[in-house]
Ligand binder design. Sequence first.
Ligand SMILES: Cc1ncc(COP(=O)(O)O)c(C=O)c1O
Length: 427
Amino acid sequence: MSTSNTQARRQELLNQYQQIQAKTLNLDLTRGKPATAQLNLSNAMDGILQGDFKCSDGSDARNYGGGLGIPEARQFAADYLDAKTAQIMVGGNSSLQMMYQYVEGAYLHGVRGADSAWIKEATNGQRIKFLCPAPGYDRHFSICEALGIEMIPVTMDDNGPDMGSIEALLRNDPLIKGIWCVPKYANPNGVVYSADVVERFAKLGTIAGANFRILWDNAYAEHHLVDNPPELANVIALSEKYGTLDNVIVIGSTSKITLAGAGIAFIATSESNIKHFADLLGISTIGPDKVNQLRHIRFLKDLPTLRGLMQQHRAILQPKFELVLKHLNQGLAGKAVNGQTLGSWTVPAGGYFILFDTLPGMADKVVKLCAGAGVKLTPAGSTWPYKKDPQNTNIRLAPSFPSLAEIDEAMQVFVLCVELAALDAQA
Ligand SMILES: Cc1ncc(COP(=O)(O)O)c(C=O)c1O
């Protein structure tokens, strides 16, 4: 584009921007929350117990106890995570809470008794560290920040995190005690870890320092947006093969299957880890909400039933993702400013997010422009440890909660702001 054309286009976009501002929109593409229509898919769970609180082992779900979860929920979670029932603990409504409890417990009280507490190694002003494949999930990073655990970002490509640098870092630094992962439809870039990456993860326990843990947050295991979804290799089976299951904590929940605020969360790991974690949690609770576990199992029944429900979720979600992608394609594909394309974006096969990458250094500017036009986006930087996106390019788009009409309007604003930001940079 010539300079005068650039200026004319910029003025045209500015005029459109001002017209949008006059509409005082209030649109939100920030958090990956299920839409009300998705929550409604599980309405039949309400009242499903009809006074029958008896679990498969004859216990009463209403009473104290059952720190590992009720047997039928453990069996269900084992099927879901491809683990053995004895390797499962079913907890409360939030997998994030279980992750926090696990990391905090390991930090303060140890992964297998007080001698293994990570904090014991944080001597002489040294800090415990976590590897953080990035872009990643901001709430994982908040857990580390809250506990004063130093975060080391690790880059990712379409196969998953850079395993070469993870292995090298682990070989050289025994203070690295953990790594965060979202191995399937990663939040926010939708990546599914390749079979080779999963196998190398399973071997990390053989090269890491003592008490190292992989937090394998499989939050989107069944959350497909395509037919014939990609397979994720089974990290539990591979870890058993390499004798490293103690190093792996697999996490899941039904937050985006049944009810986001009232689902059930679970972990799978070695039986000895389960015992240590149960003992630790037993200090703070006399058992999880087993009534919620029981009603989940009566409602979800088995994996095929769950998969049928996930198809109903997909029917609601897929048009929303397609609409976002339509706007990106129509508004930005093939456009360039000063010979540079205006951005790139993921086309996820599942999960809850589309990751948009602006031109270097532009993400915060685009987010600010969108906010000024009434469209809230996740703050730039959120996808990186300490909220520091080194290139300032990542913008996480979360289309699940808003309606199609709202997405339509929000995405018109978004593509306009992306182009305007790029032209502003030339001005
Ligand atoms: C990767 C990931 N893990 C965990 C969660 C939260 O799960 P829960 O509701 O079970 O705490 C989310 C929610 O967005 C997520 O994206």
